[in-house]
Design a binder for this molecule. Structure first.
Ligand SMILES: *Cc1c(COP(=O)(O)O)cnc(C)c1O
Length: 352
């Protein structure tokens, strides 16, 4: 079965080999306060910074999921307010999770086809969290690096916080243009589900230190403290960290991966432009995601095509939320192979 689901998705081919290797090296039962663990953690963070071009001054944390990051941020970085700019189900859910914990969270929904202008997002006051979903996995839209840079520039007293769950490690992100970035590993990282990564600027760390929130097992205060020794407050997913380290070792830098993602994205766009029945759901190329394609067709076609694909060993992603029945999704994640894309294209062409 080849998974084109936009998370959990296809994992890199080497993953089973690395799991075996972890076992052989006696790492599966390793203590998370040991030197051996610290070394794996340190090396993984070093590789993340090197391969993804994350500034050296940023702090990387291992967490359990992107969803956990939503809560950590609400608990430990939310001081006055948070502004949530979203156009789809994940951004909305992030807003709702935050709002349940902090009533001063405010939502700013926008239309999926709308290209945002940074000038429309000038916020007064200070220390607000400006929460953006860089890649909205539910509808297949994205925010550009340029937009994020401009929001940061026009809101220097606030913290820019980015959910990049379905794009980090798939496209090039300008990490210095925001204060917090997070993702989970079952999307563009091509790893089994079970871990998230949170990346914080010096400014974000200083802000968390001032708030000094300590009411939760995953309070950022504790995480910062433990990370001084490359550790985590609670027992982390050591295997996942190890797999991340090994996969990163084999991967090229993000520039190369970005190039590949864009090339494949362009190829998919041409493919669907030629297709009579299946259409790209997002029409505006300026806001269309490079890593998650959302395809629309009549409901009956969607249902049949997913079923027929499955029989061929091709798993398409269901539509998400209110797009569940009218669309399906295709992950354009780097772990997917060229020949698998050809196979899916051949199937889609033959089916229609
Ligand atoms: C998948 C996804 C999440 C949730 O990730 P978990 O690892 O399940 O917590 C959050 N935000 C976006 C944009 C996603 O694509």
């Amino acid at each position: 079965m080849i998974s084109f689901y936009p998370g959990p998705s296809r994992v890199y081919d080497e993953v089973p080999k690395f799991v075996k290797e972890a076992h052989q090296q006696g790492l599966l039962g390793i203590n998370h306060r040991s030197k051996a663990f610290e070394e794996i953690s340190r090396k993984t963070i070093q590789l993340l910074k090197q391969k993804l071009q994350i500034p050296a001054s940023y702090t990387v944390f291992f967490v359990s999921s992107a969803t956990e990051c939503w809560e950590i941020l609400a608990q430990s970085l939310h001081k006055n307010k948070s502004f949530h700019v979203y156009n789809g189900a994940f951004g909305e859910r992030w807003f709702e999770y935050t709002h349940r914990l902090k009533h001063t969270a405010v939502g700013f929904p926008f239309e999926a086809e709308q290209e945002l202008l940074a000038g429309d997002y000038l916020f007064s006051g200070s220390s607000t969290l400006i929460c953006l979903t860089q890649n909205e996995t539910s509808n297949g839209t994205q925010l550009s690096n340029k937009f994020i840079q401009q929001v940061k520039k026009s809101n220097p007293k606030h913290l820019i916080v980015i959910d990049a769950t379905s794009s980090m490690a798939g496209i090039k992100l300008d990490f210095k243009s925001a204060d917090v970035w997070f993702a989970s590993v079952q999307k563009c990282f091509g790893l089994p589900a079970g871990m998230g990564i949170m990346i914080c600027s010096k400014n974000a760390i200083a802000h968390a230190t001032r708030i000094a929130e300590k009411n939760h097992y995953n309070s950022l205060t504790f995480m910062i403290n433990k990370m001084k020794d490359w550790q985590t407050p609670y027992t982390p997913n050591v295997l996942s960290i190890y797999l991340l380290m090994r996969v990163l070792e084999t991967l090229p830098g993000i520039n190369k991966i970005h190039e590949l993602t864009i090339e494949r994205y362009r190829n998919w766009v041409i493919f669907f432009q030629k297709n009579k029945k299946l259409k790209l759901h997002i029409k505006n190329p300026k806001v269309r995601s490079n890593t998650v394609l959302t395809i629309e067709a009549p409901k009956s076609v969607i249902k049949k095509i997913k079923f027929a694909a499955l029989k061929e060993g091709l798993l398409l992603g269901d539509g998400y939320g209110k797009l569940k029945k009218s669309t399906f999704r295709i992950a354009n994640f780097p772990a997917i192979k060229e020949k698998e894309i050809r196979q899916l294209q051949k199937f889609l062409k033959g089916y229609l």
